[in-house]
Design a protein around this ligand. Structure first.
Ligand SMILES: *[C@@H]1O[C@H](CO)[C@@H](O)[C@H](O)[C@H]1NC(C)=O
Ligand SMILES: *[C@@H]1O[C@H](CO)[C@@H](O)[C@H](O)[C@H]1NC(C)=O
Ligand SMILES: *[C@@H]1O[C@H](CO)[C@@H](O)[C@H](O)[C@H]1NC(C)=O
Length: 438
């Protein structure tokens, strides 16, 4: 099913997305059109004021005249693409591009290049384009990650960067999955590398790429500002451990659009320090769905706000849209909208879990919690694989507040009624909502 030719795959991706968009043609063109009115009911502040700023910022980052561009081909630095390591050529190409006074484009031709763990470090002298036509494949020797087992490719402190080109970034993750303690209980639990990390960078556009078989997470945005991730295909086997699609941490003003994410963990995960996060036109599954959290582990403070998930389809995922927090944490997850979603055989289509506990020992009861408030669920339809389609398991001391449900119709695969489980939650219903809390 998955095509080998990158140009072809991007074409297919677009066909899929065009189809997807047309399926949703009856939804509003502008998803924010009537949000402000609803906002008044659930929040005193406008939720999306940050997004227009986001678009403005970006246009300033791309105003370079096309006449003075520098093109740097990795092959000019003796990249061999013959199965041996090409890291040195990529490092040299990066150094040249990063010190260029004019916009520089690094070209990765349509061949298969191998890289060891590598950091592309900024700040650079001007805007950069990483144009990947071919495949970049990770070394599968675990020993090569001895210095830093957490990262494969890192873009660190690079502003005004585009990474694009229709190519493939292949984490070659099988060796890591096989050695994961989640798969092989005899193995010690050790960290594995994230395939591509963007760290402390601004004005990024990551588009038209296929990320596959990451060692752990595929794509991680850490402490970034103004990010556009679009037209991405992210794939790994449904049983590959911790292979999140796109992980967002400490990042604000990020827009993820038109992307297909099929992996073994969360399609998109949004954690502490993230705000103004938008995910629109996403196809998710297999995987664990779109997740806010986990937040508040080890009694930590966490803050996530202003998240919009709009127009997404979840197929066979363990969750649809989930908020998960540990007991004992503090801070908040607030001003979040999940709308225009289709669930197909999803185990927990709608879930807030304030008693999240992902460890061997049971988590003991604690008083403090990450406050969950102003969460809107609107126009969500489809089927649940489990009896309970909607679950709010909130904290006794910090109940979930301002939860709005509007036009929710979730049943079971077998055409039967689903159930809702609602503990310590303050809910408001609008329109038709099924199942109902009792
Ligand atoms: C991210 O940036 C911070 C601050 O410069 C630095 O300490 C950290 O090592 C960077 N992380 C990576 C993965 O490069
Ligand atoms: C949570 O995010 C905030 C804001 O980015 C940061 O200051 C804080 O250190 C983070 N907390 C943890 C536990 O990572
Ligand atoms: C629904 O999902 C469950 C497990 O999550 C699976 O066993 C079942 O076969 C799926 N049903 C359909 C119709 O896909």
């Amino acid at each position: 099913m998955i095509p080998q030719n990158p140009a072809k795959h991007v074409l297919i991706l677009f066909l899929v997305l065009t189809f997807f968009t047309s399926c949703f043609g009856t939804y509003q063109e502008n998803p924010y059109a009537d949000v402000p009115e609803l906002d008044k009911k659930i929040s005193s502040k406008p939720v999306y004021s940050g997004f227009s700023k986001l678009v403005r910022h970006r246009s300033t980052s791309t105003t370079t005249s096309s006449s003075n561009k520098v093109v740097i081909n990795v092959d000019d630095f003796a990249a061999k693409a013959d199965g041996t390591d090409d890291s040195e050529a990529f490092n040299k190409a990066w150094d040249k591009a990063c010190s260029s006074k004019q916009t520089a484009t690094i070209v990765v031709p349509n061949r298969i290049y191998h890289l060891k763990p590598i950091t592309f470090l900024g700040p650079c002298q001007s805007d950069l384009i990483f144009q990947i036509y071919g495949t970049i494949k990770a070394s599968n020797k675990m020993s090569e990650y001895e210095d830093d087992r957490r990262h494969w490719i890192v873009f660190d402190n690079v502003n005004n960067l585009k990474v694009q080109g229709g190519g493939i970034i292949n984490g070659n993750g099988r060796i890591w999955w096989e050695n994961s303690c989640k798969i092989n209980k005899d193995m010690p639990c050790k960290v594995a590398p994230t395939a591509v990390t963007f760290n402390e960078s601004r004005n990024l556009i990551v588009s038209n790429l296929w990320f596959k078989n990451a060692q752990k997470m595929h794509l991680r945005f850490e402490k970034c500002i103004n990010v556009k991730a679009m037209n991405l295909l992210v794939t790994a086997p449904g049983n590959s451990p911790n292979t999140d699609g796109i992980h967002v941490t400490g990042t604000h003003s990020i827009r993820i659009t038109n992307s297909v994410i099929r992996t073994g963990d969360d399609c998109i995960s949004i954690v502490n320090g993230s705000r103004y996060v938008e995910a629109t036109d996403i196809i998710c599954g297999p995987g664990h769905g779109i997740s806010i959290g986990s937040l508040g582990a080890d009694n930590s403070e966490a803050e996530v706000s202003n998240v919009l998930v709009n127009r997404a389809t979840f197929s066979g995922t363990t969750n649809g849209v989930r908020i998960k927090t540990w007991q004992g944490g503090s801070g908040y997850a607030k001003d979040i909208v999940f709308q225009n979603l289709i669930m197909k055989n999803v185990t927990n289509p709608i879930i807030i879990d304030q008693n999240y506990c992902d460890q061997d020992d049971p988590c003991k009861e604690q008083k403090s919690a990450v406050q969950v408030s102003n969460i809107m669920y609107r126009n969500i339809q489809g089927t649940s694989a489990s009896e309970v389609a909607m679950k709010f398991d909130c904290s006794k001391t910090f109940p979930c507040q301002g939860i709005l449900l509007q036009d929710i119709i979730l049943g079971l695969e077998e055409d039967e009624l689903a159930k809702a489980s609602c503990v310590n939650v303050k809910l408001t219903d609008m329109g038709k909502v099924s199942p109902q809390c009792y």
